[in-house]
Design a protein around this ligand. Structure first.
Ligand code: UGA
Length: 441
């Protein structure tokens, strides 16, 4: 089938490359010609494991083509996926100007029956507006349907999530549109054996926002429990593990830490809240989830301050800048805020991240950067861990201790086992667990 994907962000480019991989003729469109030039060379403008290989495969087989001309999308695609940015306005409202622009361009270039499928995360009722916009602009009699096809992939495992999803959700008010999207997904459904969930437009839109809001709620919930654990000597990791054994609760997204960041959960939570308020629905629960999340960085910086007494003139190594492992994405990364607060408190911060250093340099001008974790730790009074990269969990503890001026670790992602750190001679503070003191020096 011929498919167009407008937008080459994480979701757009992954969708385009994966749909080409399963056999469709895909056109990836972005009006940012520099981005398109990068992709046309077989490169991916962000870090995403396995994606470069799929993009190259698509370009080599000819099943993936790219263009910086959005007017090519509708003539090429039997389905046009709209996967452009929906950033947050100051008020929390989602900015849908790019979605509207694409709708207008598609409307002006429709060529035969086309399904316009929203993949960008958008507030409920956006599909309705896309349909109205196309109706207003398209020539009379133009044949199209609007569908919602929310995306649930996680950065860092985007390819796997797209080729082996837990579910594919399609919301549309026409059977023809549903069947066309089922055809697009058939190769993926055949191999993943996952449910194909069909709903109306508004329900599909809500499924996406509700899913991200619920994931955020789980994280803030366990972070509140972590605070209780710290005050009572309990261990949040054991609490979460035992809670997760209950199939009604499940083990995922119960990792306590410095909170959720990234381009999705914080933004979607705000937009969901904004929409609820606009519709006169109580959004107090969502406001609380957001409040708890904001406090995580405060709590973490306070922990560092507690182990160091004063931040002034202290050298602090910071491991991890990306908002989570396996990505170089710094958007809403709690690590950035931690770094800025430590510097504002008078500390000298030397940071290391396996892939995000070059992206971080321009946004953290007051921070120094190291090229490996041990160099960052050299002479440090404290090591602060902000992202749980697997390379950190397997660090050589004897070498780390020898590099540091003081063997003190404050772990915002519970990367280490407290007992192992204490045995290796560290003072070790983590989230929702008792601070461990060296059991040998
Ligand atoms: C999130 C959702 O998980 C995806 O399902 C969704 O498709 C995506 O947003 C989107 O809307 O596009 P993503 O932003 O890639 O995916 O990252 P997550 O893996 O959800 O992590 C978000 C943040 O939560 C990270 O900062 C992570 O460190 C934090 N987190 C996650 C925790 O603090 N604890 C956990 O238990 C899990």
């Amino acid at each position: 089938m011929r498919v167009s994907v407008v937008g080459t962000g994480h979701v757009g480019l992954t969708t385009a490359a994966c749909l080409a991989h399963v056999g469709h003729e895909v056109l990836g469109v972005d009006d940012d010609s520099e981005k398109i030039a990068v992709v046309a060379r077989g490169e991916v403008p962000f870090h995403e494991p396995g994606l470069t290989e799929l993009v190259r495969e698509g370009l080599d087989t000819g099943r993936l083509r790219v263009s910086s001309d959005p007017t090519e999308a509708a003539p090429h695609g039997d389905v046009v996926f709209v996967s452009v940015g929906t950033p947050t306005k100051e008020s929390g409202e989602a900015n849908l100007v790019q979605v509207e622009r694409v709708a207008r361009i598609v409307a002006g270039t429709l060529d035969g029956y086309t399904v316009v499928a929203e993949k960008s995360t958008v507030p409920v009722e956006t599909g309705l507006w896309i349909r109205r916009t196309i109706e207003r602009t398209a020539r009379p009699g133009a044949e199209f349907d609007v569908a919602s096809n929310p995306e649930f992939l996680q950065e860092g495992r985007a390819v796997q999530d797209t080729l082996e999803p837990d579910r594919v959700v399609v919301g549309a008010n026409s059977d023809k549109a549903v069947e066309r999207l089922r055809e697009v997904y058939r190769p993926i459904l055949d191999r993943a054996g996952c449910p194909f969930v069909v709903t109306d437009l508004a329900t599909a839109e809500l499924i996406k926002h509700a899913s991200n809001a619920f994931l955020s709620t789980k994280i803030s919930f366990i972070n509140s429990v972590a605070d209780l654990c710290e005050r009572t000597g309990a261990d949040v990791e054991a609490v979460a593990a035992a809670m997760g054994l209950d199939p009604r609760i499940g083990p995922s997204f119960l990792r306590a830490g410095i909170g959720f960041g990234g381009s999705c959960l914080p933004k979607d939570l705000r937009a969901f809240r904004y929409k609820a308020e606009q519709l006169g629905v109580d959004s107090g629960l969502l406001a609380e989830v957001e409040r708890v999340n904001h406090q995580r960085v405060d709590a973490f910086v306070e922990k560092v301050r507690t182990v160091l007494w004063n931040l002034d003139d202290k050298r602090i190594a910071l491991w991890g800048l990306a908002f989570k492992p396996d990505t170089d994405d710094l958007r809403h990364s709690p690590a950035l805020e931690v770094a800025r607060r430590l510097v504002a408190g008078g500390a000298r911060v030397v940071a290391y991240d396996p892939v995000a250093v070059s992206a971080a340099k321009p946004v953290l001008p007051e921070v120094e950067f190291a090229s490996d974790p041990y160099e960052a730790a050299r002479g440090a009074d404290c090591l602060a861990i902000c992202t749980e990269w697997s390379v950190f969990a397997t660090a050589d503890l004897d070498r780390l201790r020898d590099e540091m001026a003081n063997p003190v670790v404050v772990d915002g992602r519970n990367v280490f086992d407290p007992r192992a750190l204490a045995e290796a001679g560290f003072t070790y503070a983590s989230m929702g667990r008792t601070t461990a003191s060296p059991s040998r020096v």
